[in-house]
Design a protein around this ligand. Structure first.
Ligand SMILES: C[S@@+](CC[C@H](N)C(=O)[O-])C[C@H]1O[C@@H](n2cnc3c(N)ncnc32)[C@H](O)[C@@H]1O
Length: 276
């Protein structure tokens, strides 16, 4: 029987609903058509009644097979939008999260207010923070990561988006020369003890991008120490819900004169701003 595009999307939504919430399944089916098949809503409104070629049907069913195993859509697709730009992602990189936009917004606000000329993105992953800041300011931007695989993806993203970023492989601020400028980071902050209760999809992302010792706090606390010792004017970190109080105390203990928390739209601690 001939399957139309519209029927294919309904069948896709039903196939996804076997393992996702119905509203998520509907939303994903629309994203798959828009992002994966590049068929917009308006194209569907005009042409949804036309027969979908077998190659398209085979493609969708291959994606469903992968998605059923828990593999996130961004890895299947190979890219993800962040601040309206397309960033390549791979199994070496964390999938960019919408919350990280709050960190970039805070970095732009603090960096402009302090008149910085440089900034370092620590734990750059796919490069979303470094590339966004390089494209949206005139700052000299550096980025570090421990993972060579992630750095390769970040370099590719910077080149594709026309951003100038100096990339360094190594731990935290160790590979970056002085002066640092603003230090910005979305480092791993998940408590390893929480691993058994996390969504199965997270198992597809690199553990080294998610988990940090000492209940998820160790890398953030160490970066606060290093950034202050190296005279950064400010250090901004994405943090986990409920980590704000303890990390503010770490920041003040490391010598920062002020530490503030911004909460996300769900009311969770999300960004720490430490000022010299
Ligand atoms: C939570 S991911 C964030 C990736 C990206 N910044 C983003 O917001 O999507 C954390 C990144 O930190 C890197 N990382 C982990 N430990 C590190 C360390 N000690 N020094 C530098 N990077 C580290 C991981 O490889 C990973 O790419």
């Amino acid at each position: 029987m001939v399957q139309t595009y519209r029927q294919l999307r309904l069948d896709l939504s039903a196939a996804l609903a076997a393992f996702l919430e119905p509203s998520e399944a509907r939303a994903e089916s629309v994203r798959w058509f828009e992002e994966g098949l590049e068929l917009t809503r308006s194209w569907m409104a005009a042409h949804g009644g036309e027969p979908a070629p077998e190659s398209v049907q085979r493609q969708v069913s291959a994606w469903v097979h992968r998605r059923k195993t828990g593999e996130p859509w961004a890895y299947i697709l190979g890219w993800c939008l962040f601040r309206d730009r397309r960033f390549l992602v791979s199994r070496d990189t964390l999938i960019p999260r919408p919350e990280t936009d709050l960190l970039v917004e805070a970095a732009l606000e603090v960096g402009k207010r302090l008149g910085v000329a440089r900034c370092v993105d620590v734990g750059t992953g796919s490069g979303i923070i470094a590339v966004s800041l390089a494209l949206e300011t005139d700052w000299q931007v550096s980025a570090t990561d421990l993972s060579p695989g992630a750095l390769a993806v970040a370099r590719e993203n910077a080149a594709a988006l026309g951003a100038t970023v100096a990339f360094f492989e190594g731990s935290l601020l160790n590979p970056v020369p002085d002066p640092l400028g603003l230090v910005v980071a979305n480092l791993p902050y998940v408590d390893p003890a929480d691993e058994p209760s996390l969504q199965p999809e997270l198992a597809f992302e690199p553990a080294s991008a998610l988990f940090a010792p000492d209940r998820g706090l160790a890398l953030s606390a160490e970066l606060l120490r290093q950034a202050h010792a190296r005279h950064a004017p400010a250090c901004l970190l994405e943090i986990g819900a409920g980590q704000g109080g303890e990390l503010c105390r770490s920041a003040l203990g490391a010598g920062w004169s002020k530490a503030m928390i911004h909460q996300d739209f769900a009311g969770h601690d999300r960004v720490l701003v430490a000022l010299a």
